[in-house]
Design a protein around this ligand. Structure first.
Ligand code: FES
Length: 377
């Protein structure tokens, strides 16, 4: 049997490798950035920090999602500032940004764009000066949605359509009402690990027995045979009498209508490369949106999705699911940080994938294909 190795340890540590990943993965692939419900109506907007690029995501006058580089076409001023950045900065607040839910005004010389990014106004600039507003729209970012998730692509000139790219995932979750679900609670985690360590951890259950005792109580299959042979297409069975990811394995929430017999008692999961993880139970879905901050740090937004009819109940209480996941998540982030610490050792040149970790060969291939040609010999 062939012994499969991980990527070289340096690929999880080096700023130079992360710079290649930034350029050839995060600047080119579809990235999940949130849920549609987080932007409600015309003029609603967010400022996203994506791998050093500031991106303005908004709903235009028709309520359609649009995204642009947050850069004025005049002299490059940043158009909008994220609320949290303004609060943590000693810069004075300036006029400008998204004005009246109808336009985007640059705070510097008041060039003004509509919500489709077209330049509408250049104060004191006359047609005789030769500037052509139709050539000075904001630099676009591609936006597509699936299942209530918002994806952006920072290279719209080369981006392929999203849906064919994630066809297997769409098929996997076709009976789950993803698009209709609402966020019941969210947790932001900061993890001291390379983004690939987190992907690899999600993609194998060899670690579940040692790291997740509570989870294995509810889903014993995760620890049997070291997590080998798990059928993720059909879903992973809970123990007898358990139907969901809570400490008891049960819940008072109703099951999603339309699930097949397997999905009513099994757990499904998928990793949409490079940054969306979907873990589906019969009554709720936990999603993880990963943002690699640098070679050795990630932020992870974990959203817990429920039916709107549950979230709208006055006594809605998601804590049975959230508390259980919060335990499992912290176990994962702790072990990922330990891996990151260990890989710094001068004696660790690369790791080994056991046969139970075959899914991780996918990650190795995904990353190697994209940055391998740019690695110096
Ligand atoms: Fe934006 Fe001048 S830099 S209007």
């Amino acid at each position: 049997m062939t012994i499969e190795s991980t990527l070289p340890s340096s690929w999880y540590l080096d700023d130079a490798i992360f710079a290649l990943e930034r350029e050839h993965i995060f600047m080119r692939e579809w990235l999940c950035v949130g849920r549609e419900e987080q932007l409600n109506g015309p003029g609603d907007h967010q400022v996203l920090d994506l791998y050093g690029e500031s991106i303005l995501l908004l709903r235009n006058s028709e309520g359609e999602l649009r995204a642009f580089y947050n850069v004025c076409r005049h002299r490059g001023a940043r158009l909008c500032v994220a609320v949290q950045d303004q609060e943590s900065s000693d810069q004075l607040p300036l006029r400008g940004g998204v004005i009246g839910g109808r336009s985007i005004m640059c705070p510097y010389h008041a060039w003004t764009y509509n919500l489709d990014g077209q330049l509408q106004r250049m104060p004191h600039v006359t047609p005789q000066m030769g500037l052509k507003p139709e050539e000075l729209s904001l630099h676009p970012v591609a936006v597509e949605c699936w299942g209530g998730f918002i994806f952006v692509n920072l290279s719209p000139e080369t981006a392929q359509p999203l849906l064919p790219r994630i066809a297997a995932t769409i098929d996997q979750f076709q009976r789950y009402p993803l698009a209709e679900l609402r966020i019941g609670q969210s947790i932001r985690y900061e993890v001291d690990a390379n983004w690939k360590v987190i992907c690899e951890n999600y993609n194998e259950c060899y670690h579940c027995g040692p790291v997740h005792p509570q989870l294995c109580e509810v889903v014993p299959a995760f620890k049997q045979a070291g997590g080998a042979g798990l059928d993720w297409e059909r879903g992973i069975p809970h123990r007898e009498g358990a139907v969901t990811f809570t400490a008891s394995g049960t819940t008072h929430r109703r099951m999603f209508p339309g699930l097949n017999e397997d999905e009513q008692v099994r757990h499904k999961g998928d990793l949409v490369y490079p940054n969306l993880f979907i873990s589906a139970s019969s009554d709720h879905i936990a999603v993880f949106i990963l943002h690699a901050r640098d070679a050795v740090h990630c932020s992870i937004d974990c959203h817990f999705l429920f039916e709107a009819s549950e979230v709208d109940k006055p006594d809605f209480d998601p804590s049975d699911a959230v508390d259980f996941w919060h335990t499992v998540n912290r176990q994962d982030w702790s072990i990922c940080a330990r891996v990151q610490q260990g890989m710094r050792s001068r004696v660790h040149e690369c790791g080994i994938f056991s046969p139970m970790e075959d899914w991780n060969l996918d990650i190795r291939r995904y990353v190697s294909d994209r940055i391998g040609p740019y690695i110096p010999d």
